[in-house]
Design a protein around this ligand. Sequence first.
Ligand SMILES: NC(=O)c1ccc[n+]([C@@H]2O[C@H](COP(=O)([O-])OP(=O)(O)OC[C@H]3O[C@@H](n4cnc5c(N)ncnc54)[C@H](O)[C@@H]3O)[C@@H](O)[C@H]2O)c1
Ligand SMILES: N[C@H](C(=O)O)[C@H](O)COP(=O)(O)O
Length: 323
Amino acid sequence: MMTASHRPIALTVGEPAGIGPDLVLQLAHQGGLSNTVIIGDTRLLAQRAARLGLTLPDELVIRNVPVDDPNVCGAPSTANVAGVIRMLDVAIDGCLHGEFAAMVTGPLHKGIINDAGVQFSGHTEYLAERTGAAMPVMLLASSKLRVALITTHLPLRDVSDAISGERIQQICRIIDQDLRSKFGLQSPRLLVCGLNPHAGEGGHLGMEEIEIIEPALNQLREAGLKVVGPLPADTLFTEKYLKNADVAVAMYHDQGLPVLKYQGFGQAANITLGLPIIRTSVDHGTAFDIAGTGQADIGSLKVALEQARLMSASQIASELDNG
Ligand SMILES: NC(=O)c1ccc[n+]([C@@H]2O[C@H](COP(=O)([O-])OP(=O)(O)OC[C@H]3O[C@@H](n4cnc5c(N)ncnc54)[C@H](O)[C@@H]3O)[C@@H](O)[C@H]2O)c1
Ligand SMILES: N[C@H](C(=O)O)[C@H](O)COP(=O)(O)O
């Protein structure tokens, strides 16, 4: 019988025209895909291997999920969108049914999915909808920095309206809980950004800090969470503050992620917290400009796989501890 600790990890190849297939093949040739099931189109992987001057390793375990047009590289086709979504569904269902320990996702292209008429703002939101999770949390982590987000893939003009005290509290509680259960931290310390320049400058540059963020953080502190903030985002991301924290919490995508990517692009993983399953991903996109050239860096995929393995081991240990 397959015990929880021996279950394989599902790895979705992602957008066929991007570097997802290259990364899978390059890592397979380094022997980095043991106990991993690749969810993707076998013909496409064979074609990409030939283009890269590689072979399709016999030991690679592939769950064939065909796309309509495997002959794409650098030029995405809406015809392949249904197949790309099917890859995600196969991995999600396998995780929910206990076949896989975790899922790791290769990069996909949100624009081409929407062009095909499928409303899709990101894996994070799609996974939440498919698994019935009320509040998914996007966390990007390198070995030096963790950054979580209060809002994810939203137009900037909608961000302020999306930030509520309830949302902040729910997300900070999920971060606190998941850093304990999946990362093995005993007492996570959260640093929370304000929304406005200089955290609102005492109300002269916006009222969200006074009216929404500070009261939410006070309630979390009263409940025993270790939360500092709201702090001005421009100085929160400095050593003085970060050295005493386990995670920085940004109010929106481009407040937090550029800092993380400046610090560790290609060496970080994107992790979705708040789901009933474990999911990690690469920290980069489809990189159409280098697909099929052999220039794709596999660093982030390695980190994402390693992170998924660590989280699944930590979760098993935490479940055993709790009987
Ligand atoms: N995990 C994901 O599915 C994910 C993550 C980020 C972006 N995206 C999506 O990817 C698409 C393209 O996004 P983008 O152009 O803003 O970012 P991108 O990460 O695809 O590319 C940005 C730059 O980084 C380079 N790059 C990216 N990954 C690389 C790697 N592994 N090795 C070497 N160079 C690499 C690219 O060549 C390009 O110059 C968008 O649709 C975006 O939403 C998906
Ligand atoms: N926000 C992510 C990043 O910048 O790396 C990326 O768009 C992927 O997000 P999903 O995991 O929700 O697809």
